[in-house]
Design a binder for this molecule. Sequence first.
Ligand code: 2M8
Length: 419
Amino acid sequence: MKHALIAQAEQVLRRNDRGTYTVPTHGLYPFQWNWDSVLSALGFAHFDEARAWTEIDTLFAHQWEDGMVPHIIFHERDEGYFPGPDVWSTGRAVPTSGITQPPVAGFAVRRMVDNAKDKDLATQRARALLPRIHAWHRWFFNSRDPEASGLVAIIHPWESGRDNSIDWDAALARVPTEGVEPFTRRDIQHANPAHRPTHAQYERYIWLVQTFRSLGWDNTKLHDASPFRVVDPGFNAILIRSCADLAELAEQLGEPEIAKQSRDFATRGIAALEKLWSDAHGQYLCLDRSTGELIDSPSIGGLLAAFAAVPTERAAAIARRIDKLGDAAKFLVPSHDPSAPEFDDLRYWRGPVWLIVNYMIADGLSTAGQHATVERIIADSLALIHESGFAEYYSPITAEPCGGAHFTWTAAMVLEFLA
Ligand code: 2M8
C-alpha cells in the first residue's frame, strides 16, 4: 500500500517536471510558482536529490537585484493562465510576477541538507543558495517592515498563498476597482468556478497589480502605496522558521555573520508574534496594518504559526484548537473554522484542507511535543489521498477533491509524510 502510494506520488512529480522546474499542475498553473517549487523539491529529494536542488536553483536564478524572489516565473509563453507576463510587465528578461510568496526556502534547504545522502552535493548547493536566501529574508525586513516591528506585511493576497482567505475580506473590500482593465479569467476554464475566488476578488487582485506596475515595481514605494497591508501570522511563522533554519545552516557552513543576522530576525519575529495572539480565539490572528486592528477571523493562518518556535503554551493551545476543529471537520485541518458563517468547504482557501499547510503545522507541533494532534493530522492527510487522489485541496467535510488534479506539492507532501 505504502509503496504504491509512493510510486503514484513520484509519478505526479515526474508528470509535472519541466526539466529544471516543476509546474503545480498541467493546465491551471503552467509556470513555476515560488513556494510550490520549494516544497516540491522536498518531494524530489526522496528519489532524485540532484533534481531537487535544481528546482530551487532555478527559482533563485530569477531572484531580483533587490533580493525579492518572485511568486511566478513565466519560463514559457502559455495563454492558459491569467494574469500572464504582459499584465505584470516587470521588464525582466525571463518574465516574472512582481510580488513574492511565503519564504519556505530556508526551511527546505536545511531539511534537504540534514537528510541528504549525497552530502557533498548538498553542501555545495546549500553554500551557493545561502547568501541568496539570506538576501531574500533581508529584503522582507527592509521592504515589508519599514517601522522595524519584527513582522512583515503582505501587500497582495496572492503573496500569502492563501489567496481568497476570509482573513483578507475587509482589507480587500477597501481596494478600489476603478480603472481595472477588462480581463478574461482562465482559472475558471480549468477548475470549477465554485471552488475558486470570485470575480469581485479578482478585480481587486488586478487593481493592486496595475497600481504596483504604475509604480515601476519599485519596492521602496510599494508597501506604503498599497491599500492592502496585512500581517499574517502564518506567513511570518514561515519567514521566522526559515530564518532560524538558515541560521543553523550558516553556522554549519562557517558563515557566522549570516548566522547572527538570521538568528536576530527569528528572535525578534517570535517576540513580535505575541502581539497577534488572541486568548478569545485560542490562536493567532492577522493584523491589518492600515487600521492597526487584529482581524477577527479564525483561519488556518493563526494555526500555521506553530511552524515557528512559538512558546510551548501557544503550541499547546493551537493543538487544542485543532483537536476542537476536528469535532466539526471529518478531515483536519480546515483552512477556516467550520462554525464561522463565512466558512465554505469547497471554495479554495475559505475552508478546504491543503496538505502543505497540514505538513507545516504537523512539523511544528511535532517539535512542540503535540504528538496526538500530529498523528491525527497525518492520518487525515493520507485518508484524503486514499479517498480522493492527489488533488489541489479537499473538502474537510466530504473529502471531495477540488481545484486541479495531479497536484505537485500534494504529492511531495505525501512523500514527506511517508518517509
Ligand atoms: C494559487 O494561487 C495562484 C496565484 O498565485 C492562482 O490562484 O492563480 C494559491 O493556492 C497559491 O498558494 C499557489 O502557490 C498557486 C499555485 O499552486 O495557486
